[in-house]
Write a new protein. Sequence first.
Length: 298
Amino acid sequence: MKNAIQHIRAFLSVVQTGSFSKAATALNLSPSALTVQIQQLEDWLGVALLERSPRHVGLTSAGQNALLPMEKLLLDLDNIVNAARDIAASRLGVITIAALPSLCAGVLPSVLQTFRQRFPGVEVRLRDVVAQRIDTLVLEREVDFGLGVQARPTHGLTFKAILEDRLCLFTPKNHPLAKRQAVKLSQLAVFPIVLTGRDSSVRDLVERLFADEHLPLSAGLEANYMSTVLALVRQGQGITLLPESADDGRDDLAKVAVDHPAVRRQIGLITRTEQTLAPSVIEFVQLLEALRSPVSVD
């Protein structure tokens, strides 16, 4: 195939210059080498493409018919090569990501801004979904990769930790626990807790923490979005355990550390096993890895 492309380029150069000698010079070939390439192309096609005379080189009818398709072929090939090189250099492309909703609302926007400044030709598409959906979307190749928590081992998927998430207590400012530097889970068990939805990874973690410590979980209300959970806490409907960066900066809630090692967990890159990441994806992940700070997740 490589030789065929070279021979087509040789044919088009002869047509464009109207001369074997000029075409040979343009292609950095000897006239005899150029002549061999044209003959091999004609032998391959089974027709004569050029009419040769001492003073003139012209197209045969077969050459005239082949001219435009060959020009288009090389143009398409050049476009394919250039597009592939742009993708390799992260100048063009599309990245599709499945991420936890609060990642999309929290840490990802600033990462996206930096990424778009560096690689304006790469389009990023975010799909904010709960943790259980991320694995499915990655496995079904609907997204390039996922950003979420490591759940049970799933065949065909690989998890690589890149960020850390830590739960803390949010209470109204007048709550008995609001002035504490840190609290233990046993101190929370007597208060109604506002929980995130049942398909939330935060809900799963909170339930496991209390179950492992054999503590009762006094569920008050539940809501799908962390912003709603915080609103309910502001209204005095209970306390809640959420990632510390769920704090929306309104300064009307107390945020208290939880003294328990299992409140920390890893947020990571979820990919298909043996998947080769595109250069633009690698660049995006490197920006995430540079954060190395706690983030808010659902």
